[in-house]
Design a protein around this ligand. Sequence first.
Ligand code: SF4
Ligand code: SF4
Ligand code: SF4
Length: 353
Amino acid sequence: GTTPVDQESQDARERAGFDEIHILWISEGMSCDGDTVSITASDQPAIEDIVLGLVPGLPKVHLHNKVLSPSLGGEDFLAPYRAAARGDLTPFILVIEGSVPNQNIIEGGGYWTSFGNDPETGEPLTLNWWIDRLAPRAWAVVAAGTCAAYGGIHAMAGNATGSMGLADYLGWDFTSQGGLPVVNVPGCPVQPENFMETLTWVLHHAAGSAPPPPLDEMLRPQWLFGRTVHEGCDRAAYYEQADFARDYNSPKCQVKVGCWGPVVNCNVPKRGWMAGIGGCPNVGGICIGCTMPAFPDAFMPFMDEPTGGSLSSVLIKPYGAFVRRLRGITSMAVNKEPKWRHNEEELTSGYDP
Ligand code: SF4
Ligand code: SF4
Ligand code: SF4
């Protein structure tokens, strides 16, 4: 029979989950490799800390990424991907960077993007070939950046490739071996810590020490994308006082020069870009909605005032101007010291013994 001690250690083993896991990262989507470059700027945690096993409680991670890998490249680099495609390497997390082109629309063969060659025929293996083999075997599938999440730049109106996001390709109801849907971490590029924090959560889940990461209906981490840029913007008080920048050389609210922050889900103004510094509108960059499923089409032309922005800025104008004047008066009052603070003969503080 099973003793309580046996049971306890079995529970512990189940909770412990995987001791080791591979990350098979493919940036051969329609991509600029910007997300791979971006994540190297993460501090909390740093990719180096994950790879070196310095984050307690995570499985040992074997990272395969063509930019960051120490391998010599070529077949050396491709070996774990080939093994995983045969079913000989588990468990692994599949990270896709870049959008997925539509191979069905190419008449007479050819390909949009490829990753290695078929050793038998010498023909290129398409990204789609790899996703078809790896996604069903992956313990988790993660989309790095807006291209992989929703299609992004390559999927804008008029594109020739029929590009789409991973969930458009695999199906929004896809579930990985670990029971997770595609985990989308959008951003163009992805904000470094947003990606690394999500990956860390997925790794903790793989170790059996955390529940699955909570995602919203667009499969984004809720805790990262639940608020708008505007709600975290350093310039929001200018908006509330209807004090708007007329050009880019101003510290005031930029809604009239093209900022979409009020309707964009992104935490970058709160979090900054690198080491907490930056954050688009905080430092003078209008928000162009680069994290959003409708990016870029819905936000173009980029430098124009958003239509909703012109209405809301008109509506807030009378309130903002009035409140600003009142605050001006109050500000003068609170910038004076009370009159009983003096070095004269008499105490005038109102003290009544
Ligand atoms: Fe490059 Fe942006 Fe696409 Fe990432 S989301 S691959 S940074 S274009
Ligand atoms: Fe909102 Fe943009 Fe103005 Fe910041 S700059 S307060 S995000 S509209
Ligand atoms: Fe992209 Fe706007 Fe977030 Fe900047 S603030 S990262 S432009 S969504």
